[in-house]
Design a protein. Structure first.
Length: 316
């Protein structure tokens, strides 16, 4: 009997299929005859302790002119699905948190939720890297301007970023000589009311901010190095970075091995580690991307490998 999969994601009509990792997962599941259903986060609910989704059956096609077909809306119990893919993009706000609470019930009932709801709540993508200080650059998390200014003076060249950002938004490179450093700190911390992260600047960013994809604790052997454009510090593709395929280095494998047990213990089936030079900078688990780019460069089938691993787990 084919497996059933519910995907919770942003509106499918607005995705760019040539680079959408969720779409790659759906194609792979459909190729294995899995039954697909689609819902958006606003269509989740709970009644008398049972979590529900107003969803539609879904068929996908790797066709940029017509990539999906939806059935009629129906409200189904989420614990009736074998697998639930939670692939809603940030912002990581209270609506997202509430959705993870709704996912707790089907998880407890035996559905395979990817990634596990409590991990989505607990593993902030910036702060999770600090659980592994042996792999991180010097880093400070604070909302105190004095501490942040001292850190900038101590390190000499620092990246400041919010803890809830994505796609390179609101990331600043600051030195002790920067005349705008005070106002940058004021803006990011909302005048001392919001924690932010300060990391020592890593010059190897010019060779790329590597996105390493990890399936059940094991890395894909190639990464997408996102190289900053001219005059930029950020390598994010969303701000014009260029994606270049690279083989993982011995240090990359060491970092993944150091996180393997933690990823597995927390039910993080699919993660994207960001590595610059020899340093881990982020652990992305909400909706990590770069599947399609790496598939094209190296003739891989990363989403297929993920779906096959989930099938093995269901069989076990």
């Amino acid at each position: 009997m084919p497996h059933s999969l519910l995907v919770i994601m942003d509106p499918i009509a607005g995705i760019k299929i040539h680079k959408d990792s969720t779409f790659a997962m759906l194609l792979a599941a459909q190729e294995r005859d899995w039954q697909l259903h689609y819902a958006e986060i606003g269509k989740l609910s709970q009644r008398d302790g049972k979590s529900l989704a107003e969803c539609r059956s879904l068929q996908v096609s790797d066709n940029p002119d017509a990539w999906f077909t939806l059935g009629e809306p129906e409200t189904l119990r989420m614990d009736d699905f074998d697998v639930i893919l939670m692939r809603k993009d940030p912002p990581f706000d209270m609506d997202y948190i509430f959705a993870t609470y709704l996912l707790d019930q089907p998880f407890r009932a035996g559905a395979l939720v990817v990634n596990r709801p409590d991990a989505l709540r607990n593993a902030n993508e910036k702060l999770s890297s600090t659980l592994f200080p042996e792999y991180c650059p010097p880093v400070l998390v604070s909302c105190d301007a004095r501490q942040l200014l001292e850190f900038i003076g101590e390190q000499g060249d620092v990246i400041l970023k919010p803890l809830d950002g994505m796609g390179g938004a609101s990331i600043f490179r600051v030195t002790p000589q920067d005349p705008n450093r005070n106002v940058i700190i004021e803006s990011l911390t909302r005048h001392g009311k919001r924690q932010i992260m300060a990391q020592r600047f890593i010059p190897e960013i010019q060779q790329g901010d590597k996105r390493i994809l990890v399936i059940d604790g094991k890395p894909v052997p190639y990464a997408l190095a996102r190289i900053p454009g001219e005059g930029e510090t950020r390598g994010n593709l969303a701000v014009g970075g260029e994606g270049v395929g690279v083989a993982l280095s011995p240090r990359d494998f060491e970092i993944v091995a150091g996180l393997e047990s933690w990823l597995r213990e927390n039910g993080i089936w699919f993660a994207g580690l960001d590595v610059i030079g020899d340093y881990l900078t982020e652990v992305n688990i909400t909706s990590p991307t770069c599947i399609r780019e790496l598939d094209r460069i190296y003739a891989l089938n990363i989403a297929g490998d993920l779906i096959d691993r989930l099938a093995q787990e269901l069989a076990a």
